[in-house]
Structures are given as C-alpha cells and as structure tokens.
Design a protein around this ligand. Structure first.
Ligand code: RRO
Length: 287
C-alpha cells in the first residue's frame, strides 16, 4: 500500500496505536516498532498531573476489556519537557497529541501550552472519556450546548490538524460530527470506549475501583464500524476508526466503512506486535 495522503501529510500506512494504549511512544518503543506504523496517539494530556482512579483499573471479560484509568498522566508541563524531545527523533510515525479537559477552556489552554513545540503532527481532542466524573458523567461530546464553543476556540488557536474523538453512546452522532465539521476541524475519531460495569455476581460489588469503566476490544468493533459508516454516509468529513481491531480483516471493515485511518488499542496489550502485523497484511493485500 502506498502512503495515505491525509490531514496535510503522508501516513506510510493506515494503522495507528490508539490513545491510552502506548503512553507517549517511548514507553512501548522496546516492544513495538513505532516507525513501522502510520503513527500513534498519545495518552490524553491534562493541564495538571493526574494520578488516576482507584485500583483495580482494568479487568477483562469474554467480549474484551473494561478500564477506568482516570486520565492518569504527568500533566502538560512535564509532557512538554520530558516526552516531546523523544518524539522529535521519529521520522515516519505521525504523532497525535490527545488532549483532555474538565472545563471548556482547558482544551485551548493545552493547545497554547504545546503548539510552538516540535515532535507531533496534530491534536486528537478527547471529548468522550467515560471515566471522568468531574462533569457529572457528561463528556463534552454529549453536551450540545458547550461543544461548539470548545471546538471553535481550539480551531482558532492552531493550524495543526485537529480531530475530535466522539462517544459511541451518542444518540445524535451525525449532528455531533456535523458540529465538528462546522467548527472547521479536520475529522472525527470514532469511537471512544462504551460506558460499562462488571459486578461480582455473588455480592454485586463492582470489580473496578471506580465502579464503572469503558468497554473496549471485540465487543466494541460492530459499534465502531457502525459509527464510522453512519457518519461517512451523512457527511463529507474524514473519519479515523477505532474499536476492537485485532486483525487485518477487522481494519478492513473500518476502511470499507469509510475510515481514512484505523487505530488499534486493546489488542496490543495481549500482543504488542499486532499493529505491525496488521499494517504489513494491509500492505501485502494492496500490493
Ligand atoms: O483514562 C481513562 O480512563 C480513559 C480515557 Br481518558 C478515555 O478516553 N477512554 C477510556 O476508555 N479510558
């Protein structure tokens, strides 16, 4: 497969690592050949450092995984100082910085804190974390009142490509994606994890320390493919697909549904070589 021209650059293949599954790249560099991929999305960065939610933060079930990490990250100042220098030596992998905020103005402040630095292509605005309770469980992607202002103010602060990561449980997904397009962003990432809970059958106690979490893995794949197909059939807006990709045929489902790029997350925990294999298999099929 020759490169994919998108978002103002060339991706050598359509496979990215999903936000939250590869830290800031260097954390996985010994087990993943990042330069063999189209690129990756960093862990979501917040203005202040965050320790994350109570343990246990991750559990498995027969359809995939449930997580409530709670946005654990070193905060934007340390990310700029300690993570960006390493990212600068990457030549082929394209890096998206994932940004997360609790208040509407935090996204633009994160962009202001990062935008003059090198080492990354653009931003993926995480507007759909299911594990941030500060806003009463209502992520910005599901808040039609506040969302347009957040998007417009981010657009005004950067010329880099901007993606908005949206929620799978959005009853008005096309309208939400239309707001993203109207604000002048470059595309949407579909989808974040689906809110869920696993309880001990004998006691009713939630397994995760935070109670609820986000469902990822194979159970999320049909949800993600449907979201991509729904938005692509309604809007001329580039889409990055994510959810449950484990093999090349899964990635192809997203590409056939209209995705420009595909992210892989949960599968890499079981086998960090999966994204490279998927990228190679897609390239072989296209040759
Ligand atoms: O950190 C998390 O708990 C988390 C985030 Br920010 C997100 O966007 N999606 C997810 O499943 N977990």
């Amino acid at each position: 497969m020759s490169g994919i021209e998108a978002f103002g650059t060339t991706f050598q293949n359509p496979v990215l690592l999903a936000a939250g599954t590869c830290g800031f790249g260097l954390e996985v560099a010994e087990v993943v050949d990042l330069e063999a991929l189209g690129g990756f999305v960093t862990k979501s960065v917040t203005l202040e450092p965050r320790d994350g939610n109570a343990a246990p933060r991750v559990t498995e079930f027969d359809g995939g995984m449930l997580n409530s990490i709670g946005l654990a990250n070193p905060g934007v100042e340390r990310v700029r100082r300690e993570k960006l220098p390493w990212l600068r030596q990457l030549e082929r992998a394209r890096v998206w910085m994932s940004l997360a905020g609790h208040a509407p103005d935090e996204y633009e402040r994160l962009i202001e804190a990062l935008d003059d630095a090198d080492g990354f292509l653009g931003y993926e605005l995480n507007l759909s974390c299911p594990n941030d309770q500060r806003r009463g469980g209502l992520p910005f992607a599901l808040d039609a009142e506040v969302l347009p202002g957040v998007l417009e103010r981010c657009r005004a602060r950067t010329e880099r490509p901007l993606l908005a990561k949206l929620a799978p449980n959005d009853p008005r997904l096309v309208e939400t994606a239309r707001r993203v397009a109207e604000a002048g962003l470059d595309g949407v990432t579909l989808v974040n994890t689906l809110p869920g809970r696993i309880v001990e059958a004998s006691t009713g106690h939630a397994i995760l320390g935070a109670g609820s979490g986000g469902v990822s893995g194979p159970a999320l794949r049909p949800v993600g493919v449907h979201a991509v197909a729904t938005v692509r059939s309604a809007l001329d807006l580039p889409v990055v697909g994510v959810g449950g990709v484990r093999r090349a045929s899964d990635a192809r489902q997203y590409l056939r549904a209209g995705a420009t790029l595909v992210q892989i997350g949960t599968a890499t925990f079981a086998d960090p070589r999966i994204p490279e294999r998927v990228a190679r298999a897609l390239a072989r099929a296209a040759a």
